[in-house]
Design a protein around this ligand. Structure first.
Ligand code: Q0T
Length: 367
């Protein structure tokens, strides 16, 4: 993993707030030159252009076919009637009324910190359907922000976009987000491995000597992080989290994070997938603390195929290996503009995302 981040290799949703943040935070991403890479506009391919015209301008393009095929790749959402709330490398959030948000997973993919020019067919549906699977699987441990993912139950104002939304979106309850990334790690990888090599600790937590890269930890650990101004995550100690969020909440989130991770990772292992680490986000609603964001997807976690697990070095990524191999093969300098992917690389990557869903759930991807 190449990024200069502290907690960095975990796939983070780096998002630009559009509303609801104090003024001092607003704009800092835009001023920081180190952040420019997140602002690279995603070029509109013919495919996405077609999609936008076909779906979003029914009045001006009254004669075009507005039906959306579930095989269409969605690179950008464009819902002119809705107010954008936040937008990340992969996900877009829109305001719906006073207390709901529309959470949309696009087919965008990032690698080496950049969103690529090519979308991955089915990726948004896999992210959404996997999150829904885990919300259901975990609901007795932790309540979540899901209102409904049944598009026919969405408010009237969203029905015009039903074709784009089906399978890849959720209506969620708007929460007061806790500004801490709650990370659980069961294996030594990425920034954790880097820190361990130099200090014998991960996020300040001492670990036994002699561990190798990708080794399983004696016990999963909680390694919180905050979103730094650079857009990258910055690992913090538990004591620092207590200063920021208070002791009671911090202990509650730590215990919840570890419980959720252990429950999910134990299950995933029975399905042949190692969840090496993962990130959760929590929010407060009228009903109390809820698990928010996307959960236990390949974008928020490291998934490793169990049958190929070989501690003592870096592991292949379940989902992004073809993409990384391709980008290394063309010797991309990892500066914008991010390249496009050959169709066969996108297709094989799509298969890996779908495989992650079917392998974990034992069910075909719905739709
Ligand atoms: C949020 C209020 O996923 C994020 O951004 C991607 C575009 C991070 N994020 C989450 C929120 C949520 C959620 N999830 C919620 N239920 N209520 N805010 C904002 N950013």
């Amino acid at each position: 993993m190449v990024t200069g981040t502290v907690c960095g290799a975990l796939e983070k949703a780096l998002f630009t707030w559009v509303a609801g943040l104090p003024a001092f935070v607003k704009g800092c991403r835009w001023k920081n030159p180190g952040c420019r890479k997140f602002l690279t506009p995603i070029p509109l391919t013919n495919e996405s252009r077609k999609l936008q015209y076909a779906t979003d301008s029914p009045k001006r393009f009254a004669t075009v076919n507005t039906s959306i095929d579930s095989n269409d790749v969605l690179l950008q959402t464009d819902f002119p009637q809705l107010q954008l709330f936040a937008s990340g490398k992969v996900r877009d959030l829109y305001k719906v009324g006073a207390d709901r948000l529309l959470f949309v997973a696009t087919d965008r993919i990032s690698a080496f910190d950049y969103v690529l020019a090519t979308g991955i067919p089915q990726k948004g549906r896999v992210l959404t359907q996997l999150s829904l699977f885990w919300f259901e699987f975990l609901k007795n441990i932790v309540p979540n922000h899901l209102a409904t993912a049944d598009v026919s139950q969405y408010p009237e104002e969203l029905q015009a976009y039903a074709g784009q939304l089906r399978g890849r979106s959720m209506l969620v309850v708007r929460a007061d987000m806790v500004p801490i990334e709650c990370v659980a790690r069961g294996y030594l990888s990425g920034s954790g491995w880097k820190e361990y090599k130099s200090t014998g600790t991960v996020c300040g937590i001492p670990l036994p000597a002699g561990l190798r890269e990708s080794d399983k930890l004696p016990e999963p650990i909680f390694t919180p992080a905050t979103k730094a101004a650079s857009g990258h995550d910055e690992n913090i100690s538990f004591d620092r989290m207590v200063q920021l969020a208070g002791r009671e909440l911090s202990e509650q989130l730590r215990d919840l994070t570890l419980r959720i991770y252990k429950t999910a990772a134990d299950y995933a292992e029975t399905r042949g997938i190692i969840i090496a680490d993962t990130k959760f986000e929590f929010g407060r609603t009228a009903r109390g603390l809820v698990l928010a964001d996307e959960v236990l997807t390949p974008d928020s976690s490291r998934f490793w195929p169990k049958d190929k697990y070989r501690p003592g070095g870096a592991q292949e990524s379940f989902d992004k290996q073809y993409v990384r191999d391709y980008l290394e093969s063309i010797k991309w300098n990892k500066q914008p503009p991010a390249p496009a992917l050959p169709p066969e690389v996108a297709a094989k990557t799509s298969e890996k995302y779908v495989e992650a869903y079917t392998q974990l759930t034992g069910r075909p991807l719905p739709g």
